[in-house]
Design a protein around this ligand. Structure first.
Ligand code: ZN
Length: 189
């Protein structure tokens, strides 16, 4: 029976994660149209670029360079980078800060019409917050085999105790997101 567990995870996670060719940089289609990747629009790549700017700014502050934006009605309503050092708060991940700001901006604790773009695969804490906030779609950049909780680790959204699962798209601008993190950690060695 033990051998069944990973198989169930794969079966359960696979339909909700759409991962594009991780070796290919995504190129926006003509005038905001679709790319060859179904469902990928120029705006999705643009929002990830804004998240990357937040990530770079976090890196300059000495924080782990992760950035996040939340989009409502095709507009950015919240953006943030990691602030765990600045706030002396281990929960001050980019996603949590952005979720709080978006909820405040909308005057609602539910972000049902919102899409969240983050440069790194969310950790368990942030994945749970994304679920509690009822985020509609999650777009993430680099995979995080060490700390991620979407495609790795606890695979939070596939857990039977997860009661809201966003649509999930991984690997957006992945090489850029991953390079930023790699450079940051190499420079600190
Ligand atoms: Zn997190």
């Amino acid at each position: 029976m033990a051998g069944l567990v990973p198989a169930i995870h794969v079966f359960y996670v696979a339909p909700c994660i759409k991962t594009w060719d991780r070796r290919t940089r995504l190129v926006p289609g003509p005038a905001g149209g679709r790319t060859r990747v179904p469902g990928m629009t120029a705006s999705m790549a643009t929002f990830m670029q804004i998240a990357l700017e937040e990530a770079r700014a976090a890196g300059v502050r000495g924080e782990v360079p992760v950035g996040c934006v939340i989009v409502h009605d095709n507009k950015v309503i919240a953006s943030a980078g990691n602030r765990t050092l600045a706030e002396r708060d281990p929960t001050a991940h980019a996603e949590l800060i952005a979720i709080r700001a978006a909820a405040a901006a909308l005057g609602s604790e539910r972000l049902t019409e919102c899409d969240l773009h983050v440069t790194l695969e969310p950790c368990t804490m942030c994945a749970a917050a994304i679920s509690f906030a009822r985020v509609r779609r999650l777009y993430f950049g680099a995979a995080d085999p060490k700390g991620g909780a979407v495609e790795h680790g606890v695979r939070f959204f596939a857990a039977p105790t997860c009661h809201h699962r966003p649509e999930i798209y991984g690997g957006i601008s992945e090489s850029e997101c991953a390079a930023l993190l790699k450079d940051f950690f190499q420079a600190r060695r």
